[in-house]
Design a protein around this ligand. Sequence first.
Ligand SMILES: [Zn+2]
Length: 446
Amino acid sequence: MDNISRCCTGKMLYINVAICLSALLLVIGLSVGLNVNKFKGSDALDLAPLIDGHNDLPFNLYTKLSNNLTAFPFEEDLSDDPVWGRSACSSCFTDLPRLKAGKVGGQFWVAYTECASQYKDSVQLTLRQIDVIKRFIDLYPEHLKLVTSAADIEATWRSGKIASMIAVEGGHSVDSSLAVLRIYYELGVRYVTLTHVCNTPWADASTVNNGSVHNLTEFGKIFVHEMNRLGMLVDLSHVSHNVMREVLAIAKAPVIFSHSSVFSICDNYRNVPDDVLHLVKKNDGIVMVNFYSKFVNCNSSRNATMQDVVDHINYIRNLIGVDHVGIGADYDGVNSVPEGLEDVSKYPALFERLYENHEGEPEWSKEDLEKLAGRNFIRVMTKTEAVRNSLSSQPPYENIISIGELISAQISDGLKPGLCQTAKEWETNVSSVTNDTNASPGPKAS
Ligand SMILES: [Zn+2]
């Protein structure tokens, strides 16, 4: 502006006035133009909370520190840390500075225990993980807050904290017990993934591909009904394609895929096939796209890139609409992520890329980006709570899984039935199921 004011006070007034006016108009025009184009895709994350459906940091806390939180320097940037840095740990992507840089507004922290614990100590191990998530949240009250309702997500995010929610990944963690499921809900768990990589006695995992071992049994259907009654989100990431279809045929509330991508682009059975995507639309559910390199890029001859994730997001949007897609990156649960999405600080880059609207891609408005970030998920959770409220007069399901189902499931897993330490339901007619006397539940000692 100095040059402009100097020229305006010069002697060749008339000529200069014209020049000055032109310059001023140019400045005004430019600033108007800049204002129009000022919005960046990442700005959407200031308008709506970015809610990520799946982060496995709690499992890293377990394997690296036996859940000793005082040894975890969460408030430091751990990118180059000798324990948690990228060169030391291939599955470590999360700390507070990078979550803040990533504008994360809501996060599902995952209570996960390995399938090897099925029929053994899976419930205790899962409780330990729920405990460490709760202690972790409590340790950083200025930055994290436990959230158990849809309405509290946005309020928490607006207060500058990350809305922290608890998930249980894998039906084996529930040990085929509706009682355990209900107690998890009371502890604050808001979604359960019906399987991990192992079948449960009542639902098949994605490792079954498009086939069937148990599919979704009658008990499995009751399990889904009880989740709907409780207001627990049903997560279909990790289940077989047929179980996806079975659940979507009976679910009363919208389902989620907390961390899955598109099967048509990458034919890993962890991903969602097109016919199921159409069912998700009908169900008003959401697929939260997984960033894992091997789920977004099945072409192993090149590294996965952010463009792969963009392609999965756009595919879902084009097929079933912008209301049914979200983000479930799977950080800390995988050991390879795409170039450009190296850790939890990178979500803004993804949103900026989507807003660029490259040729052949759908056009993303501010509102669309807000939906992708978190508004779709909040809608799904709100609706799930409404279903819960509508079922409030219905008593809890008292169904128990039969010992026959447990034993045949163990046999199909190659286990010797009865040697496992699962808490069996009392049932007298065991001999009709197996001749293995070890399988019989003995009478209570006292
Ligand atoms: Zn997973």
